[in-house]
Ligand binder design. Structure first.
Ligand code: HEM
Length: 506
């Protein structure tokens, strides 16, 4: 029966919808936005152009960014995200400006927070005190050599478990489903030890990043005042924390107690050399960092930064090599000769110059999207070319277009796996062209003070996995064609459903 008075439920839904719509409108017409002087790309000329442009950007973000790069060489342009502008600064001097700007003006943390609502998706403690960054940058990077044999044994065990290949027949495996758990296991072997193999833990660590992204998308359209409630009702953070604590909680409790009692000097020098120890070292004198719950959240957060990035890099490279099998023999020859003289060590990885080049070229081609180095402007900021961007604006750089610019690379649109190893053969060019060295031409890991601190770990892990795959299996694609990347807005991911074929080498 129809009544004139809306039910309480209808009223609540109506109020929430009104708040959502007003928030979207307020944001897109934000009076603080003084961006008119910056040309827009992908926006049709009519009163609702912003919204049509934003919808188009979701579907064609890569093409729109490339259009801006071509149309406004060396200048800034802007594109429409769902509820705000994104200013893309173009040209080497602007990228240098971003690299050199202090965090008081230009903030990676604020950009990440405004895109991912960190307080609700990774937790208050982590948002306010991301001390794991220091741990990743220094002790973790220094300890790669010491942890290398564990990483190697986990790579071998994980591929043995997940690739049941024989010498006399090809098997076909969904690549993403294979690589994600392998990366989780190998990374967490260094983070937490052998518990990395716990199936629940693998599920939690691999799903967490997806849950963060999903939750953030909902929080975007949830009015600010309702977000804490939405986080409690629908967010995944609490559940992920509880489930992870079930697995690692007792181990963490033991490690905290031992650390309280013995510090670094355990009896019989038995203290594990892993991320938990390095985190506890950094947490000394900070009681808030030393609870099971906070440490579990820190682990989730480190996994969030480590697993999908490394998986994506490796998957892209796996598709590149399976589609270009002529690279297999020269890479195998390099790997086998280096391992013969060095064994499976980090030093050996350093000598695999062709492998480094191949992985770097793969990530030049597919750096994870069309826009990178996202920053939020915290105080009005003027770039060297005179463009002023007001506080509150999100800015980024057109990484894919820069990686494909002939001014930066000869035959930039061709995949040339040994491009960088040839450059390294020239005198004095050895270090400059390594994969871990960011530059204005190679921005996969960002640049400057915020350049990825985990890149030494992630690159060694990718090299170790690829070297193992190449010496253990033959591989190919069923139709020989590299699977298409999957795009949403400016984010480009390796194909999630494609299969790669493996056969054990005899
Ligand atoms: C190997 C694949 C990886 C890629 C392509 C990658 C890429 C990136 C990029 C593009 C940034 C932002 C840089 C900027 O905006 O200037 C970043 C930051 C970061 N990455 Fe990675 N990353 C990878 C692996 C890892 C791993 C394995 C870890 C952890 C062990 C990690 C931890 C971090 C952290 C903590 C930050 C934030 C740094 C800061 O706020 O200063 N990453 N990464």
């Amino acid at each position: 029966m129809l009544t004139d008075t809306p039910s309480p439920a209808t009223l609540v839904v109506g109020i929430v919808l009104a708040l959502i719509v007003s928030q979207l409108i307020w944001k897109s017409f934000d009076p603080r936005s003084r961006l008119d002087a910056i040309p827009s790309v992908g926006i049709p000329h009519h009163p609702f152009g912003f919204y049509f442009g934003a919808w188009d950007y979701i579907k064609n973000g890569r093409a729109i960014t490339e259009e801006g790069y071509r149309k406004y060489p060396g200048k800034a342009f802007k594109v429409a995200l769902a509820n705000r502008w994104l200013v893309i600064v173009n040209g080497r001097t602007s990228i240098e400006d971003l690299r050199n700007a202090s965090d008081d003006y230009v903030s990676l943390a604020e950009a990440t927070n405004s895109l991912l609502h960190l307080e609700h998706t990774i937790g208050q403690e982590q948002y306010r005190d991301p001390y794991q960054i220091t741990v990743i940058r220094t002790p973790m990077t220094r300890n790669i050599t010491g942890c290398f044999s564990d990483m190697r044994s986990e790579v071998v065990a994980a591929f043995e478990d997940l690739v049941p290949a024989k010498t006399d027949e090809w098997i076909s495996l969904p690549a993403m489903e294979l690589v994600l758990p392998v990366v989780s296991r190998v990374s967490n072997r260094v983070f937490i030890g052998l518990q990395c193999r716990d199936p629940d833990y693998i599920k939690i660590t691999t799903q967490f990043a997806v849950e963060v992204a999903q939750d953030a998308a909902w929080f975007h359209i949830t009015p600010t005042v309702l977000r804490p409630i939405a986080a409690l009702l629908f967010g995944h953070l609490e559940t992920a924390t509880r489930r992870a604590m079930k697995v690692v909680g007792p181990m963490l409790q033991h490690r905290i107690e031992m650390d309280d009692k013995y510090g670094r000097d355990w009896p019989n020098s038995d203290r594990p050399n892993d991320l938990i120890s390095w985190l506890l070292d950094e947490a000394r004198g900070h009681p808030a960092r030393r609870s099971v719950r906070t440490m579990t959240r820190t682990l989730l957060n480190v996994n969030f930064g480590a697993i999908h990035t490394t998986t994506q890099g490796f998957l892209h490279a796996l598709y590149h090599i399976a589609a270009n099998v002529e690279y297999v023999e020269p890479l195998r020859a390099e790997i086998e000769s280096v391992v013969k003289s060095e064994g499976w060590t980090k030093a050996a990885m350093g000598k695999m110059v062709k492998l480094d080049s191949f992985l770097k070229e793969s990530s030049r081609f597919a750096p994870g999207g069309a826009v990178s180095m996202l920053r939020q402007i915290v105080q009005d900021f003027t770039f060297s070319d005179g463009t002023t961007v007001p506080a509150g604006t999100l800015v980024g750089i057109p990484i894919l277009a820069a990686h494909h610019d002939e001014a930066n690379y000869a035959n930039a649109d061709s995949f040339d796996g040994f491009r960088f190893s040839r450059m390294r053969e020239q005198v004095g060019e050895g270090i400059k062209h390594q994969m871990v060295t960011p530059s204005l031409d190679f921005l996969t890991f960002g640049l400057g003070r915020h350049a990825c601190p985990g890149r030494f770990f992630g690159v060694n892990e990718q090299k170790l996995m690829m070297a193992h795959v190449l010496v253990t299996y033959d591989l190919k694609l069923r139709d020989g064609v590299r699977p298409e990347d999957e795009w949403i807005a400016h984010i480009g991911a390796a194909n999630t459903t494609a299969e790669v074929m493996f056969r054990r080498r005899s």
